[in-house]
Ligand binder design. Sequence first.
Ligand code: NDP
Length: 234
Amino acid sequence: MTRHILVTGASRGIGAAICEYFVASGDHVVALSRSGDAPEGCVLRMAVDVSSSEAVTEAVTRAIAAHGPVDVLVANAGITRDGLAMRMSDEQWRDVLSTNLDGAFYCARAVLASMIRHRAGRVIFMGSVSPFYGVPGQANYAAAKAGLVGLARSLAREVASRTITVNVVAPGFIDTEMTAGLGAASEDMTALIPMGHMGTTADIAGVVGFLASNHARYMTGQVIAVDGGLAMGL
Ligand code: NDP
């Protein structure tokens, strides 16, 4: 059966790999990003800033009108604005919280009514090992990603009786544009990974694909680290 998959942060990196995974599975993938770029094969692509509640509501309404109820939401859009907490500006704090946490909430809220009516659905948030491991310079990012865990677990309890699952994937250190600018710090981080190398976007897409599949139908409220062992025991 062809599923309707909505992916945010779809233009590149992990989000693009997730889109490619579901397109290859024959699903209808609706791709959202700020730029509106998306991999080949997505049935609909939209330029949407997920930190805008109105823009998200409008985009999800359009996606549902075109492709029916959303079967799987992958709330993946995220940014970093790193800096030591004592020097972090209000703007750095708010930008990260509003994209990474508010944006995920707006997307989940927008798809849930149709999932509840349909009595089925999967919500997958893109978290991080950052709040579990503790990364200096990422107070804003870690707070936002920790917030996703609370959001996921509360939602999971609210909608479990409707056969809707809500889970968090927590990547470790993945080779994308987000981590490309880290320079020497990248080698220091890699040295901490038991498996000795960064993950690929396909490593994350495969786990998202599993959570969206029938194999994961009895998993909800979980945080699944995909990190080469970095935050083992998170
Ligand atoms: P990239 O920087 O490569 O891609 C980020 C994506 O998010 C882009 O598609 C970008 O769209 C989109 N985006 C950013 N802000 C917004 C916004 N306000 N509205 C809509 N879309 C937005 O990041 P990654 O692929 O590396 O990261 C994807 C997710 O995985 C993020 O949530 C990140 O926090 C998480 N993660 C990544 C890790 C890593 O090591 N790479 C580790 C742990 C978690 P546009 O192209 O339009 O800018």
